[in-house]
Design a binder for this molecule. Sequence first.
Ligand SMILES: Nc1ncnc2c1ncn2[C@@H]1O[C@H](COP(=O)(O)OP(=O)(O)OP(=O)(O)O)[C@@H](O)[C@H]1O
Ligand SMILES: [Mg+2]
Length: 346
Amino acid sequence: MAQLTLEKRYGKAAEVIKSLDLQINSGEFVVFVGPSGCGKSTLLRMIAGLEEISGGSMYIDGQYVNDDTPAERGIGMVFQSYALYPHMSVYQNMAFALELAGHPKQEIDQKVRDSARILQLEHLLERKPKLFLFDEPLSNLDASLRVQMRMEIATLHQRLGSTIIYVTHDQVEAMTLADRIVVLNKGNIEQVGTPLELYDHPANEFVAQFIGSPKMNLIPAILKRAGAEQSLVELDNGKELLLPIATPAEAEGQSVNLGIRPEHVQWGEQAECEYQGEVMFVEHMGNETYLYLDNGNAGEPWVVRNAERSPIAAGALVGIRLPAACCYLFDREGRAFRRLLPSAQH
Ligand SMILES: Nc1ncnc2c1ncn2[C@@H]1O[C@H](COP(=O)(O)OP(=O)(O)OP(=O)(O)O)[C@@H](O)[C@H]1O
Ligand SMILES: [Mg+2]
């Protein structure tokens, strides 16, 4: 549907988009996700034709569109910064600024109707763009409206089968809406994959900590014994753990990071646990509980998610278990070693 090989520089400044290479299939819902400033809006504006492409090429349905105007590209876009009020009609939204400026009612009515005619809204409503672009359309809405609109957008996509590129920094929106997620960081693609591919097999620590909420805990360790089917790691407290993760022989002895998601950490008797820590504070969400543990390191506290209500209070000393099948492992550059998951989890 669309083939993007794009680069972007603003003037002489450093590259904002660095040789991005991406193929988007017809009817696909692709979500670009990444932290603020990573280049998401820039990318959408380049696709829409509102921002010049500094390098590379762009094809829509096999047609080279680099030099085409936004109208010629057949694209519809919802912008990040808009001032539309959801409780007002289109007419009221158009009239609002004029009302604030104190224009007489009759004049406002005339201007709104003239603008609507000039903008040919009826004609635009009937037009069916080839590609829809959404730039964080839900970020200004309150929580319940956001959930409702998320469902509306998913339903719309199912019904129309249109190709959508959707930008957000909300990983829940990315996970729930996307056929494929593109994780961006500082103008680079970190990884492209289905939501569950990214959750189960993040390519690196950045993706591992960006997808999933609260984010994955990372624990310093040493790779004691490498292997094609199992790897033995020694945690920073001296305990050893055998993981179903493939590591190459040359990585043996390397400092690594073991990753475990808050939802996979288990409680246990302190004596038989891989770790113990003091509970620093507890967050009760009603349906689940988050416990923050002091792990003895200077780094961030670990987060443990409990599906039930927990009687554990701040100050308690608890033992935690790290189920081997749920662990992730990253080399010293932060790249993931391959996890060997049972087929049901793939
Ligand atoms: N017109 C411009 N001129 C110069 N630099 C710009 C321009 N627009 C954006 N930038 C820079 O390009 C980078 C990417 O900006 P962009 O708006 O694309 O990020 P974003 O991922 O959409 O962020 P956010 O999540 O905050 O919307 C930022 O460092 C920004 O400062
Ligand atoms: Mg933006």
